[in-house]
Design a protein. Structure first.
Length: 137
């Protein structure tokens, strides 16, 4: 929402399939797309979870050419499989030269990525004390 309020004309919100309905109802101006299914990505069936991780990374990668920047973190949660997928997304965004904004829950997967390395002109970290526990950098 802050992106829209500060002048963003087209804002994509990539989220879990289970969250798309409530988000669309809250703000019809957002372009809401599901990129993963939480039930599958958190499954105890390792094969199903691995397939959903791959699906999530591929879906987000398909959006990268359209993006002027990518914000990672708010509302992300702490499930290990989601964080692994997001670490791969961060790496892909860096490879595509997409500027990153890392905030809140985004610190955990970004701390797993050697490539995030907070480049001076392309990454922004918005830390609060609550965001930092469990981050090792």
């Amino acid at each position: 929402m802050s992106s829209l309020r500060t002048g963003g004309e087209l804002v994509y919100l990539l989220t879990a399939q289970e969250a798309t309905g409530p988000i669309k109802a809250y703000s019809p101006e957002l372009m809401v797309s599901d990129v993963y299914n939480y039930a599958r990505i958190s499954s105890h069936d390792e094969t199903a979870a691995a397939e959903e991780i791959s699906r999530m990374v591929a879906r987000v990668k398909s959006f990268l050419p359209k993006l002027h920047s990518l914000t990672i973190g708010p509302g992300l949660g702490r499930h290990a499989n989601v964080l692994d997928a997001v670490a791969a997304v961060i790496t892909a965004a860096r490879e595509h030269g997409v500027p990153l904004v890392i905030d809140a829950d985004g610190y955990v997967p970004s701390s797993r990525c050697a490539t995030v390395a907070f480049h001076r002109h392309s990454s922004l970290a918005c830390a609060t004390a609550a965001s930092l526990p469990g981050c090792f950098w």
